[in-house]
Design a protein around this ligand. Structure first.
Ligand code: NAD
Ligand code: MG
Length: 342
C-alpha cells in the first residue's frame, strides 16, 4: 500500500476512455482535470454521447478512439466488453499501448484474451463513480486497488500508478492486487454479503415477522429501513462504532443471537459460493445466462420486485419526503446493474 501523486508517465499519453457511465465519466473528468489528454469512445447515438460532448470531451466511435491511444480504459458494462474488445480494440490498439480495466472479470475468466503485444492493467476505485468524482473535486480521492496482468512496455506498473493518481486515488491510498484477487473477492463480496447476503437476510427477517402476525409496516422499518443506520456506523467506524452507538440490550442480543442466525453452516455455504467463483462455475453460468437473453435473471429479478416487502416499502417511502431527494443512488462498489446497451 502506498500513496503518491504523480501522473508524469502519462503526461504525453493519449488516453481513450470507453464508456461514459458511472466510472467512465468520473475517470474521464478527473484525468482531464489532472492535465491528461482524454478522448471518450462511445457508440454514436448512444445515451452518453451527447453528455460527454456537452462536458467538453472529444468523442469518437470506440474503434476511432482506440486508434492512436497509448492507454485504453475499458469502462463499459462487463458483459459487453468481450464484443467491444473483438470489434473495436483488438484490431486497433497500438502495440505497446496499455489496456486498462476497472474490474478483472473478463481477463481473469478468459472472456477476453488480450493481444500479447500490449500491457494489461487494472485500476479499481473502491467506490462508485459519483464519489470518485466528488472526492476529486474536493481535492481528495477514493482509494484504488491496482494490478498488472501483462507488461510488455516495461512501464506497466508506472502507467497503472499514474492512472490511479490521475483519477485521484493516489491522494488517498493505492493497494496492489492481482486480477484473480480483485475479481474473486469482488464477486464474493457482492454475492455472499453485500447484495445477495444482505437482501436475503432482510427478506427472511421480514417474512418471519409478518408470518408471526406482526404488521408489515412495522416489520419493514425494523429489518429494512433501520439497516441503513447500522451500515452507516460500520462504514464510518467498523464494529467499534456500531457497538458504541447501539444500546446495551441491542449489543447483548447481537452477541447471543447473531451467531444463531449466521453460523458455521452459513460460513460453509459461503465457502461453497467462493468455490463456484474460484473454479469458474459462476462465470460460466452467468455468461451463458447473458447469452441466452437473461431468462432466469429476469424471472428472479421480478420475484424480488414483487415481494410484499416492496409493496409496503413503496408506500412507506412515499411518506418520507427526505428519501425522494436522495441525489445519487448510494450504489456501493458492486458490479453495476445491467443496462440496456447504452
Ligand atoms: P455503466 O453501466 O455505468 O456505464 C457504461 C457506459 O458504457 C455507458 O456510458 C454506456 O453508454 C457505455 N456503453 C455500453 N455499451 C457500450 C458499447 N458497446 N460501446 C461503447 N460504450 C458502451 O458502467 P460502470 O458501472 O461505470 O462500470 C464500468 C466498469 O467499471 C465495469 O467493468 C465495472 O465492473 C467497473 N466498476 C464499476 C464500479 C461502480 O461502482 N459502478 C466500481 C468499480 C468498478
Ligand atoms: Mg466490488
Amino acid at each position: 500500500m502506498s500513496t503518491s501523486t504523480s501522473t508524469d508517465t502519462l503526461k504525453t499519453a493519449r488516453i481513450a476512455v470507453l464508456g461514459y457511465g458511472s466510472q467512465g465519466r468520473a475517470h474521464a473528468l478527473n484525468l482531464r482535470d489532472s492535465g491528461l489528454d482524454v478522448v471518450v469512445g462511445l457508440r454514436k447515438g448512444g445515451p452518453s454521447w451527447q453528455r460527454a460532448q456537452a462536458e467538453g470531451f472529444a468523442v469518437a466511435e470506440p474503434a476511432e478512439a482506440v486508434r492512436g491511444a497509448d492507454l485504453v480504459a475499458v469502462l463499459t458494462p462487463d458483459m459487453v466488453q468481450p464484443a467491444l474488445y473483438k470489434d473495436a480494440i483488438e484490431p486497433n490498439i497500438k502495440p505497446g499501448a496499455a489496456l486498462l480495466f476497472a474490474h478483472g472479470f473478463n481477463v481473469h475468466f478468459k472472456q477476453i484474451d488480450p493481444r500479447k503485444d500490449i500491457d494489461v492493467i487494472l485500476v479499481a476505485p473502491k467506490g462508485p463513480g459519483a464519489l470518485v468524482r466528488s472526492e476529486y473535486e474536493r481535492g481528495r480521492g477514493v482509494p484504488c486497488i491496482w494490478a498488472v496482468h501483462q507488461d510488455v512496455s516495461g512501464q506497466a506498473e508506472a502507467h497503472t500508478k499514474s492512472y490511479a493518481d490521475g483519477i485521484g486515488g493516489g491522494r488517498a491510498m493505492i493497494i496492489e492486487t492481482d486480477f484473480k484477487e480483485e475479481t474473486e473477492t469482488d464477486l464474493f463480496g457482492e454475492q455472499a454479503v453485500l447484495c445477495g447476503g444482505a437482501s436475503e437476510l432482510v427478506i427472511k427477517g421480514f417474512e418471519t415477522l409478518v408470518e408471526a402476525g406482526y404488521q408489515p409496516e412495522i416489520a419493514y422499518y425494523e429489518v429494512m429501513h433501520e439497516l441503513k443506520l447500522i451500515v452507516d456506523l460500520f462504514y464510518e467506524g467498523g464494529l467499534t462504532r456500531m457497538l458504541e452507538f447501539v444500546s446495551e440490550t441491542a449489543q447483548y442480543g447481537d452477541y447471543v443471537s447473531g451467531p444463531r442466525i449466521v453460523d458455521a453452516g452459513t460460513k460453509q455455504r459461503m465457502r461453497e459460493v467462493l468455490d463456484d467463483i474460484q473454479d469458474g462455475t459462476f462465470a460460466r453460468n452467468w455468461t451463458a445466462e447473458y447469452k441466452a437473453g437473461l431468462p432466469n435473471y429476469k424471472r428472479l429479478k421480478q420475484a424480488d420486485l414483487d415481494h410484499p416487502i416492496e409493496q409496503v416499502g413503496a408506500k412507506l417511502r412515499a411518506r418520507m419526503p427526505w428519501l425522494q431527494s436522495v441525489p445519487v443512488p448510494v450504489a456501493a462498489a458492486v458490479t453495476p446493474p445491467l443496462k440496456k446497451a447504452g
